[in-house]
Design a protein around this ligand. Structure first.
Ligand code: HGY
Ligand code: MN
Ligand code: MN
Length: 418
């Protein structure tokens, strides 16, 4: 082992980190340069295998748990000390980018490698983690692996969840663990964690607009997800008079239009999205008998979300006739405030590395919102081009990714010796 460098940040390799993003982006690559690496798909399994290949090359022990979270550990001098953990997710949106989630996993691995390259021993073990199914686009709810780890969702409930084609998560997980085997940590997911820090692209334009390199993340806004199911009556498109129709799509458009209006707040802070709509039977000449659509609603204040949830229920009750309709909340993640000690340390490391930085909240949800319930947690943002994400053209600069990783490893090194 070489002589220990004063600080592991200097051992971060921009080239190694950038090359690994390119290697991972081949797994589920889409024509426009993004990725489609849905949770527990063959592409997800391939990413798990590649991460494990890199970990094994450094002799880092690997293990997984009953929901498929994947852990890479660098031992500390005190094996019993609760570890410092860092990571994010490798699953993507169907038309996702190559940095959302993956950056946090690769920056965490880079941190372990930089500690190793710098010959730095830490008291606590340092663990890099890839959480299962953060996106929640194939299997709802999202941030599933971290939520089961934190005890927010029950393992058995999540194993029973089905995707839009009716495939049970349990079966998809079994396939994935067969295709990407790793030693299984016995028992239910979850163990004592000392600190958690997650690196992520901002997925918004604020850092780029402010010409800052590092986002010192202070909080994550609250988010709620719903399913709306509308029941009508299939009928012949040519013979059925309007007055006799129970057109589920007509009802869906009335309900959606009223919801968009009710969530148009003056200061453009509330986020309301209908992202997926299924119309059945989906035939051009049959009046739709059933419509299902999803709602994703977010705001920094829980009270505002609660007030708007009531409005959504009222609209569904008022606008469905002559169809039937129901709205069910699928997830409710309260706003998360990060730990001032971690926030201050992220800011101090950015300053020490002479990196421009600013405090900011996160508009996007992250696994950190669940892990923050277990231990002091925080996040580090780096810019992404024009703030675009959940889009195949998502892009980030190698130097920014490396800068975030330098702050990350400095923070992890400090926390691992507290
Ligand atoms: O939806 C989110 O906020 C996260 O990017 N999955
Ligand atoms: Mn993400
Ligand atoms: Mn995402």
């Amino acid at each position: 082992m070489g002589v220990a460098l004063k600080d592991s940040s200097g051992a971060v390799s921009e080239d190694r980190l950038w090359q690994r993003h390119a290697d991972m982006a081949r797994l589920g690559a889409t024509p426009k340069g993004g990725v489609n690496r849905q949770a527990l798909s063959a592409e997800d399994a391939a990413a798990r295998n590649l991460l494990m290949e890199w970990a094994r090359a450094r002799g880092f022990p690997i293990f997984t748990d009953a929901i498929g979270n994947l852990f890479v550990r660098r031992d500390g001098t005190d094996a019993k000390a609760p570890p410092v953990m860092s990571g994010s997710h490798m699953d993507s949106q169907p038309t996702g980018g190559r940095f959302d989630g993956m950056y946090g996993v690769l920056a965490a691995l880079e941190a372990l490698e930089a500690l190793e390259d710098a010959g730095i021993r830490t008291r606590r073990p340092v663990i890099a983690v890839a959480w299962t199914n953060e996106e929640g686009s194939r299997f709802q709810p999202g941030a599933m692996g971290s939520a089961v780890f934190a005890g927010t969702y029950k393992l058995d409930d999540m194993l029973a969840v089905k995707d839009w084609q009716g495939v049970a998560l349990k079966d998809a997980l079994q396939e994935t663990l067969k295709a990407a085997p790793a030693p299984m940590r016995e028992g239910d997911p979850g163990f004592d964690v000392g600190f958690y820090v997650e690196a992520h692209i901002e997925q918004g334009p604020r850092l780029e607009n402010a010409a800052k390199t590092i986002g010192v993340v202070t909080a994550i806004q609250g988010s709620r997800r719903y399913i709306v199911e509308i029941g009508g009556e299939e009928a012949h498109a040519g013979t059925t008079p309007r007055a006799a129709r129970k057109d589920a799509f007509a009802a869906a458009t009335r309900i959606a239009a009223a919801m968009y209006e009710a969530t148009t707040d003056a200061d453009d802070t509330l986020r309301f999205t209908i992202g997926r709509v299924e119309v059945s039977p989906g035939s051009p000449n049959t009046v739709p008998g059933a419509v299902t659509f999803t709602i994703d609603m977010r705001h920094p204040e829980d009270g505002v979300l609660q007030a708007h949830e009531k409005k959504l229920h009222d609209i569904v009750a008022r606008k469905a006739r002559p169809c039937s309709a129901r709205i069910e909340r699928v997830t409710n993640v309260a706003p998360t405030g990060f730990d001032p000690r971690v926030i201050d340390l992220v800011r101090a490391k950015a300053q020490a590395l002479k990196l421009s930085h600013m405090d900011m909240p996160s508009g996007a949800g992250h696994d950190a919102m669940h892990i923050a319930k277990l231990c002091p947690a925080g996040m580090i943002f780096v810019p992404c081009e024009r703030g675009i994400s959940h889009n195949e053209i998502e892009n980030a600069a190698p130097s920014d990714l490396a800068a975030g990783a330098r702050v990350l490893v400095g923070v992890l090194q400090e926390l691992a010796n507290r």
